[in-house]
Write a protein that binds this ligand. Structure first.
Ligand code: FES
Length: 306
């Protein structure tokens, strides 16, 4: 399925129910009024002759948006001056988050609104917001997204997945302490009560966001054109590449002699874990020569132990 845009996610509703909420004539030109629909506070705005409906609570800190102002299709909150596109609810100021828009219909001079939420699209919308919070290191968006996703019964693993994919792709040097912290938080989350679960997930995601924001991004290779490999096989490969990357990184920081030793140690590790019979034989040879105290710089690949 193609990835949905923020606008599509913001404006997706079930269309189950249209409720009459105001007369068109009540809404001033380039102005905004508050109405209450099925217990939900709604801001109805008119700009350039068109009518729009959004949640009346500013997504930043809850200021009533009907006390803001409207210009050229933009609603401006008067507390910290975040601006929102009335048609999509998308904000021009990421610190504030998007405001929830609602579809409306005009019939015989009256405004009808659909305030029914679609659970599946709400989860996708908050996952998008979580990823944006990670990218832009906005703690408030991270916290709000985790709270909203948990309120929608999203499993902790699905929340961690967003952070783990972002952390794995976003940092050229690969796995770092933040990913370890996120993994620990994911492991303990299942044993915590719900408020603490949210805190644990938030802390893990916060570290991933901080660590990644100061690093060049990773440009990923295209995925393997097969899904036939077992999880055990993929884990084994993952450890090879982890080992190799760690060795290369360390070698770059060491003098030549120590760098050589590090790379030899890494190749011994890889040979010892390699699946080929030839590599196993080479490892056995190495062990034999080490046992005898031979000069390992002398190449002697054909000596065998059986
Ligand atoms: S409460 Fe609206 S911008 Fe801060």
């Amino acid at each position: 399925m193609a990835e949905q845009t923020r606008h599509e996610l913001n404006t997706h509703h079930s269309g189950a129910e249209l409720i009459e909420c105001a007369e068109v004539s009540e809404i001033p030109d380039e102005g905004v009024i508050a109405v209450n629909v099925a217990g939900q506070p709604i801001a109805l705005a008119k700009s350039d002759g068109k009518i729009f409906a959004v949640d009346n609570r500013c997504p930043h800190m809850g200021y009533p948006l009907n006390r803001g102002s409207v210009h050229d299709g933009i609603l401006i909150c008067h507390w910290h001056h975040a601006m929102f596109d009335l048609a999509s609810g998308c904000t021009f100021h990421p610190f504030a988050d998007d405001v929830q828009p609602y579809p409306i219909e005009i019939r015989e001079g009256k405004v009808y609104i659909d305030v029914s939420a679609n659970g599946a699209s709400a989860i996708e919308r908050w996952k998008v917001r979580l990823r944006e919070g990670l990218e832009q290191s906005i703690n408030l968006i991270l916290a709000k997204s985790v709270i909203a996703l948990r309120a929608l019964d999203t499993a902790p693993d699905a929340i961690v997945e967003v952070g783990a994919l972002y952390g794995a792709r976003g940092r050229r040097v690969g796995w770092g302490p933040a990913m370890t912290i996120l993994t620990c938080m994911a492991n303990v989350a299942g044993k915590l009560s719900d408020p603490d679960k949210v805190l644990a997930l938030y802390q893990g995601l916060l570290h991933v966001s901080d660590e990644t924001s100061s690093s060049a991004p990773r440009i990923a290779l295209a995925k393997l054109e097969t899904d036939t490999h077992s999880l055990a096989q993929l884990k084994t490969w993952f450890r090879y590449f982890q080992m190799l990357e760690a060795a290369f990184q360390q070698a770059e920081e060491l003098d030549e002699a120590r760098a050589q030793m590090t790379l030899v140690a890494a190749s011994r590790y890889l040979a010892a874990h390699a699946p080929t019979a030839r590599a196993r034989r080479q490892t056995a040879n190495l062990a034999l020569r080490l046992h005898r105290g031979d000069d390992l710089s002398a190449d002697n690949p054909d000596e065998a132990v059986d």
